[in-house]
Design a protein around this ligand. Structure first.
Ligand code: BYC
Length: 327
């Protein structure tokens, strides 16, 4: 399976130029690659890395918002937030399943997350300090996620592309629930306006970092775009996000914390100030404010759930044994 026909008896892989050319031809013809198709090992590894990291982001992403479920200001807000956080759990599960079609197990992926080998989105290493953060996360973080994920619905790998279609539909509800919270606060009392402006000031730059390093520093973009895993570069998506978000902030009467943000008629988009890449890499390397807490929470959930996994396996074994005895 996976790279069948190319793996020798000794486990060595042989990828002839003819094979790589034929694979690229399928990609260029917009054919979907499916789990049992032969594929270059680099293509498989890139997908395992990206889909695994994406799945981890969804699951870790439940933590900052989950933190506010008990403190949501009304029953309506609590019900919507609960549904959103549950959706994120669901997204994580579709994505782990998509990655499993590439021959990696959920256990392996989880171990890589807990050991720090696999990454998850930098954005979830910032704390949620006020209720306004929940609105801003929906508006900006889910907004950025949609901008990045809509093109993934056309990813060349079938199971990932199909998972993303449903994910994007749900993300769009998430973005709207966030925007509605922000709109309410922005039209509220002075204290509410201050709270939401403060949240915007803290989340704006980390949201821009979600798209990853500048194209010139992006190790994987070129190859991923050639394989049509990614359809747009990191900078192109970041620019689309900024261009879509500036008018929304203006409508809300809120100020984006970037004095260099200004319309550039020539390029038909906004210019923006420098992103603090030192902060980005510090957070990605595990030294953000919340990194340790996030991994600790995931480790506890994994350890606490061990008995459930064992019980489910024991039950499956018993059923199989009963079925065999009855035959
Ligand atoms: N955080 O070569 P590059 C969500 C890493 S939203 C951490 O450009 P690539 C949600 C990158 O992994 C978030 N690490 O990489 C929303 C690579 O390191 P490795 C999840 C980052 O893969 C609301 C290195 O930097 N979305 O789920 O071509 C609520 C060089 O980067 C980040 C996805 O995961 C970052 N921000 O492009 C709940 C979308 N950026 O792996 C949940 C799928 C870069 O070599 N992923 N790195 O060690 C993607 O589209 C791409 O992986 C990225 C990065 C655009 C993120």
């Amino acid at each position: 399976m996976y790279s069948q026909g190319l793996i020798g008896a000794d486990g060595s892989t042989e990828e002839t130029q003819d094979f790589l050319d034929a694979f690229q031809k399928r990609i260029d013809a917009e054919e979907k690659i499916e789990p049992n198709d032969a594929m270059p090992e680099g293509y498989r590894k890139t997908l395992v890395r990206q889909i695994g990291q994406h799945a981890h982001s969804e699951i870790v992403g439940m933590l900052p918002e989950g933190n506010w479920i008990t403190r949501a200001p009304s029953l309506r807000r609590k019900a919507a937030l609960l549904a959103k956080v549950q959706d994120e759990g669901g997204h994580g599960l579709y994505l782990y399943s998509a990655a499993e079609t590439l021959g990696v197990s959920r256990e392996q992926m989880t171990e890589e997350l807990l050991s720090g080998k696999a990454k998850y989105s930098s954005i979830f290493n910032y704390p949620t300090l006020s209720w306004a953060d929940i609105g801003i996360i929906g508006w900006l973080v889910d907004g950025a996620a949609i901008m990045n994920q809509i093109p993934l619905c056309r990813c060349s790998y079938g199971p990932y592309a199909r998972a993303m279609i449903r994910v994007c539909k749900e993300e769009s509800f998430h973005q709207r629930q966030g925007y509605e919270i922000v709109m309410y606060l922005a039209r509220g009392t002075e204290a509410q306006r201050e709270m939401v402006q403060d949240a915007l000031n803290r989340w704006w730059w980390p949201s821009l970092m979600m798209f990853g390093p500048h194209d010139a520093d992006s190790a994987h973009s070129e190859q991923s775009m050639e394989w049509k895993i990614k359809r747009f570069s990191n900078d192109a998506l970041r620019q689309k996000f900024i261009d879509a978000t500036v008018p929304q902030a203006e409508f809300l009467g809120l100020t984006l914390p970037d004095p260099d943000l200004k319309w550039n008629a020539e390029k038909g988009g906004y210019d923006h100030g420098d992103i603090d890449w030192e902060e980005f890499w510090r957070v990605v390397k595990g030294n953000g404010v919340m990194n340790r807490d996030r991994i600790k929470a995931r480790k506890k959930a994994w350890d606490d759930g061990a008995w459930v996994r064992e019980a489910a396996l024991a039950h499956a074994d018993k059923r199989a044994a009963r079925k065999q005895a009855a035959e």
